[in-house]
Design a binder for this molecule. Structure first.
Ligand code: UDP
Ligand code: MG
Length: 316
């Protein structure tokens, strides 16, 4: 038999308003895919309850009793979207060959999942779901998100434009992903590091049908800061550059101050004061930047990321 057992991983945090509805749609899709022989008979949906404080886990329990294809994973406390997703992926990699992750509100179009699987069949280990339009998001969310992707690119973080956590991964890709042991998890940035052949499918994102977004502005900012600081030490380089700029300014000031001094246009004490401010400021920044470089190195070391990932071996 072909190894094509699918598991759809869905992180859920206080999603009681939307869960039944989402489950209905996911199961329908899954049964169609199974009937068409697209995925294995024993394919599953895995709901990860991320320490919800409402009735989410009760609903998940009920669903697992009613439907053989539904599984549940209950985390002991709220650990956040990314970690909850990772818990689900790790579990799924033990059981399934194809793993799809999607948010519980199904704002991402589940109807492209068969297309993702088709891409997997063609030998892609990772298939990214990318949003075509963001009409359904508010003007603010749309623009802040776009600005964020741009900033990330500027800072040299490899991430897929307009892709959130709706993606398909093969088992070996998830296994590889599990080797990234970092605590500050930003999956969108880590997944591209895994490598392997990848493809993209496009879809239109729709509005949340029930419940509310679990990403208020404060969480969005934290998430963005996490993304940047986990992947880039460029901000530290900026301090270093700023230090150099200050010293350059100081040198220009030196010329200016000397001219003013010998021209006799200065009050006593001004020249030395001006020069000290710029030189001291410049050297402090330079020093901070140098220390920062080392901290950046330490940071990269402690993350202990895998150095490489073997895709194929031909050894005789
Ligand atoms: N989520 C989670 N733990 C959290 C916050 C969110 O598991 O602490 C889940 C949530 O249930 C949903 C997904 O992460 O499945 C994305 O959240 P949401 O749809 O609220 O984010 P948005 O689409 O507004 O960015
Ligand atoms: Mg959502």
């Amino acid at each position: 038999m072909e190894n094509n057992r699918l598991m759809i991983v869905v992180p859920c945090y206080n999603e009681q308003d939307v869960l039944n509805q989402s489950d209905e749609r996911l199961r329908q899709l899954l049964s169609i895919m199974i009937d068409e022989g697209f995925v294995a008979q024993d394919s599953r949906i895995l709901y990860v309850n991320d320490g919800s404080t409402d009735g989410t886990w009760n609903i998940i329990e009920q669903l697992t009793q009613q439907h053989p294809c539904v599984c549940g994973l209950k985390l002991a406390a709220n650990v956040g979207h990314q970690n909850a997703l990772m818990a689900g992926l790790e579990e799924a990699a033990r059981l399934a060959d194809i793993i799809v992750s999607i948010d519980a509100d199904l704002q991402d179009d589940i109807n492209v999942i068969p297309e993702m699987v088709a891409n997997w069949r063609q030998g892609n280990d990772i298939v990214y779901g990318v949003r075509n339009r963001r009409d359904s998001d508010s003007w603010f969310k749309r623009n802040t998100a776009l600005a964020f992707y741009r900033l990330m690119q500027r800072l040299g973080v490899r991430s897929v434009y307009n892709h959130a956590d709706f993606r398909l991964m093969s088992r070996r890709a998830v296994e590889q992903l599990c080797r990234y042991r970092e605590r500050n998890l930003f999956l969108r940035g880590v997944v591209p590091l895994v490598g392997y052949r990848s493809a993209t499918v496009y879809y239109d994102r729709v509005a949340r049908t029930a419940g509310e977004s679990k990403y208020p502005l404060s969480k969005m900012i934290n998430f963005a800061a996490d993304g940047i600081t986990s992947f880039s030490i460029k901000p530290v380089r900026m301090v270093l550059a700023l230090g150099l700029i200050f010293i350059l300014v100081a040198l220009t000031m030196l010329v200016y101050v000397l001219v003013a001094y010998f021209g006799g246009h200065t009050v006593s004490g001004w020249a030395s004061l001006m020069l000290s401010i710029w030189f001291v400021g410049g050297f402090i920044l330079l020093g901070l930047g140098i220390v920062g470089e080392y901290i950046g190195k330490i940071y990269i070391e402690v993350k202990d990321r895998p150095r490489y990932n073997v895709e194929e071996k031909i050894i005789k």
